[in-house]
Design a protein around this ligand. Structure first.
Ligand SMILES: CCCCCCCCCCCCCCCCCCCCC/C=C/C(=O)SCCNC(=O)CCNC(=O)[C@H](O)C(C)(C)COP(=O)(O)OP(=O)(O)OC[C@H]1O[C@@H](n2cnc3c(N)ncnc32)[C@H](O)[C@@H]1OP(=O)(O)O
Ligand SMILES: Cc1cc2nc3c(=O)[nH]c(=O)nc-3n(C[C@H](O)[C@H](O)[C@H](O)COP(=O)(O)OP(=O)(O)OC[C@H]3O[C@@H](n4cnc5c(N)ncnc54)[C@H](O)[C@@H]3O)c2cc1C
Length: 676
């Protein structure tokens, strides 16, 4: 029987400890899902899609993924993604990217698949950088999945510094072709997802050479495999780069060219061009060819927030059914979720998940605005969004890694088992610290922007500062934190501003002392990255406050205000030393922040399970679907952890036989020998 209590689904047969948690919630999880996913429609569609997927057995994993070899993982992810391809038009609106992400996450999970890059990194650059004619030629085929593609930029020797990519695309005036060439081993493309074994096309980033002049990285559409035989085309060397920390259901690959020719029309030329006679037509912005990277980075806050939310759903549910130790009542052990330390471990991370998703919505919208502007030739928003998304991708990936690792530890020993599946989520999410721009490198990109902004403010031109950095010119007026969120923002602004100014001044002093600009920059790099992190954390706080302010439903607003207050106090406490240093914050205020933080933990406690339930991850999405086989066990919605852990252990391939060859071949002879 199912009983609906404030629209929270209370099901007979669920672990009573979880049921009790769901009953104490002060809000409706369906309503909260609408806030998380931005609309009633998307939240509802997600539930409908999850329900529809759960009724199609071939879309479920056919085996527990942790027990599979790499080949089996790739076979399984490919089986699922091609089965999904058949069902997609019936299950989702094919033009709705959010629905597409959701269904892929349901069916594929975290381990990657050969079409993931096709949608996130092959089609988008084609859309952004390809002309109408090129769309006509490739876009329809790509969308129909007649061809499979990837994005091949990084090389064995260069990833961060793309100006130094060694793969060349030399224009041949005589044949009007580009000749792609890999001059050294270091120049092999290395890492692109789905390149190794699955793709037959790639958007390749190579240095454009015309009449011996290097015009820097440009994007080319390249067919790398025969469409019939799937064999690499002559002049192409391609393969898989081996097992990785995660994403082992995907074939990240290498790629080399031996004077491989492609037609002139394969340079993606919406914004730049090489004419027949070799004349180069410049794009409207120097870094136009990097626009695709801004797009991916702009989606990372929501993506990473979602990864962290998945790990937290597992850890919070488990913490509500795991009983160990005593508080006052010595006749019953407590739920570990009642320990303040456990709450301190998990609740700030829940707040960050919400914060990242809210912030993600804003950055996705900002990117869409940029894209529209770029299409009409206006590139003025690019620099700001590049700086913003560089900081955001770095801060959210790092903090997501921290949050997921805390979730794992919060599950004690069982968190270390693959039965928690948290390590797989961690491996997948933590890749984000490296891909789409290594975090330190991207923080330093934002720092360039901050230093320039501080210089403007110092030159007495605060009116030239964009809205994102206007605070760098604000006067320092002490604040009383008791007055609420605005005071926290002002405190954070002071901290961030002071660090940006300090780092800039240090940089200037170094140069004045005769150190070269680049060397001075390097000698200030740690301080500069600190400034970038603070600026980004301030931005995330502001988006959280904006989102909570915009909510009308009172019960939702109240619980999100608790979460936001927790976030504000946790974040400020974490950086308090910057404000204590110059006396902007007093030790009394520090004590106030701590007390507020502890009181927020208490307020959130009764809503904790419902706050993670509100993400509405299905058991399938968390890989805890028991209908087909046993898998992730700790975060099951029904909370029946122990009996399923035992079933999980029994299903281990090692337990399919009592005596293993390792015993008969090695241990037994050793023991026998010892007896002699
Ligand atoms: C809740 C809502 C739901 C929605 C969400 C759904 C989520 C559901 C999740 C479900 C499951 C999802 C599964 C996800 C799976 C994830 C799959 C993972 C796939 C990973 C794919 C990875 C791909 C890659 O990594 S591709 C390769 C990426 N490579 C990089 O990023 C390289 C980094 N390097 C660079 O970008 C450049 O080299 C750079 C910028 C560091 C330096 O470039 P430069 O040319 O040398 O420039 P520089 O001299 O430093 O600066 C000069 C000048 O130019 C400005 N600049 C630089 N870049 C840009 C730019 N892009 N735009 C604008 N301006 C730019 C720079 O600021 C300088 O300006 P000035 O200071 O004014 O001179
Ligand atoms: C899971 C995954 C998927 C990927 N998918 C793709 C893909 O589909 N397509 C693709 O083209 N690429 C892909 N990549 C590659 C990825 O984009 C690069 O690895 C990434 O950009 C980092 O570059 P790098 O490996 O050269 O690191 P490096 O730059 O060599 O970084 C090594 C260290 O040097 C430091 N460093 C480097 N430069 C500087 C600097 N200027 N200042 C200060 N410190 C510096 C870094 O901070 C880091 O600590 C993927 C990578 C991963 C992990």
């Amino acid at each position: 029987m199912t009983m609906v209590f404030l629209n929270k689904e209370i099901r007979d047969g669920d672990n009573p400890d979880l049921t009790e948690e769901r009953k104490t919630a002060t809000f409706d999880t369906n309503k909260m899902a609408e806030v998380i996913y931005g609309s009633e429609k998307l939240a509802r569609r997600r539930r409908e899609i999850s329900q529809a997927v759960s009724l199609i057995p071939e879309l479920a994993d056919s085996k527990p993924l942790p027990f599979l070899s790499r080949n089996e993982k790739i076979l399984e992810s490919t089986r699922k993604v091609t089965a999904l391809n058949e069902h997609l038009p019936r299950l989702i609106n094919m033009n709705d990217e959010d629905e597409a992400w959701h269904i892929h996450s349901e069916v594929i999970g975290f381990e990657g698949n050969p079409l993931a890059l096709h949608h996130s990194l092959f089609i988008p650059p084609l859309v952004i950088q390809g002309s109408d004619e090129q769309h006509e030629k490739w876009l329809g085929r790509a969308k129909r999945r007649e061809i499979i593609g990837c994005y091949a930029q990084t090389e064995l020797g260069h990833g961060s510094n793309i100006r130094k990519l060694e793969t060349t695309a030399t224009y041949s005036l005589s044949t009007q072709e580009f000749i792609l060439h890999t001059p050294t081993i270091n120049a092999l493309k290395w890492w692109p997802g789905a390149l190794g074994k699955s793709s037959n096309h790639a958007v390749v980033v190579a240095s454009l050479i015309i009449k011996e002049q290097n015009y820097g990285p440009h994007l080319f559409m390249v067919q790398i495999r025969d469409e019939q035989s799937h064999e690499p085309l002559p002049g192409i060397a391609v393969g898989d780069i081996g097992p990785k920390m995660a994403f082992n259901g995907a074939d990240n690959g290498f790629l080399g060219f031996n004077n491989f020719r492609i037609p002139r029309g394969n340079l993606l030329n919406r914004h730049c061009n090489v004419e027949v006679d070799g004349t180069y037509v410049r794009p409207p912005h120097d870094k136009m060819n990097y626009a695709g990277m801004i797009r991916v980075r702009s989606r990372m806050a929501a993506e990473q927030g979602t990864f962290m939310a998945q790990a937290l759903t597992i850890a919070v549910r488990y913490s509500a059914v795991r009983r160990q130790g005593f508080l006052e009542n010595k006749s019953q052990e407590v739920k570990v979720l009642d320990y303040q330390t456990q709450q301190h471990r998990l609740f700030p991370a829940i707040a960050r998940s919400y914060a990242f998703i809210f912030c993600g919505f804003e950055t996705i919208q900002k990117y869409e605005t940029l894209q529209n502007e770029m299409n009409s030739g206006n590139v003025s928003l690019m620099a700001d969004l590049h700086a913003l998304t560089s900081g955001i991708k770095s801060v959210v990936t790092y903090q997501t890694g921290e949050g997921i690792e805390q979730a794992r530890m919060a599950c004690g020993g069982h968190g270390y088992s693959m039965a928690s599946y948290i390590s797989e989520i961690y491996g997948c999410a933590i890749g984000g610290c490296t891909y789409e721009g290594e975090n330190m490198v991207m923080l330093l990109q934002l720092a360039r922007y901050l230093v320039k902004s501080v210089e403007l403010a110092m030159r007495g031109k605060p009116g030239d500062l964009g809205p994102m950095v206007a605070y760098l010119a604000y006067p320092d007026i002490k604040v009383d934190l008791v007055t609420g969120p605005e005071a926290y923002v002002k405190m954070f602004q002071h901290i961030s501003k002071r660090q940006s100014i300090k780092a800039t001044e240090k940089f200037h002093r170094k140069m004045e002392s005769g150190v070269s600009r680049d060397e001075a920059w390097n000698q200030c790099a740690v301080e500069l990255t600190r400034a970038s992190r603070l600026h980004t954390r301030l931005y995330i706080i502001e988006t959280f406050i904006r989102r909570v302010d915009s909510i009308e439903d009172l019960s939702i607003k109240m619980v999100l205000t608790d979460l936001m207050n927790l976030h504000l106090n946790y974040e400020l406490l974490d950086v308090a030393s910057y404000a204590l240093e110059d006396g902007f914050m007093s030790s009394t205020q520090m004590g106030f922040i701590k007390n507020q933080l502890y009181s927020s933990l208490e307020k959130i406690r009764p809503n904790a399970v419902s706050l993670v339930d509100s993400f509405q991850f299905s058991d399938l999405q968390l890989r805890s679907n028991l209908l087909n086989f046993l898998f992730q066990v700790l975060g099951r919605r029904d909370g029946h952890v122990y009996q399923n852990l035992f079933e999980w252990a029994k299903s281990s391939p090692l337990n399919q036989t009592e005596v293993l060859p390792s015993v008969t071949q090695y241990l037994k002879p050793m023991m026998e020998k010892a007896k002699l």
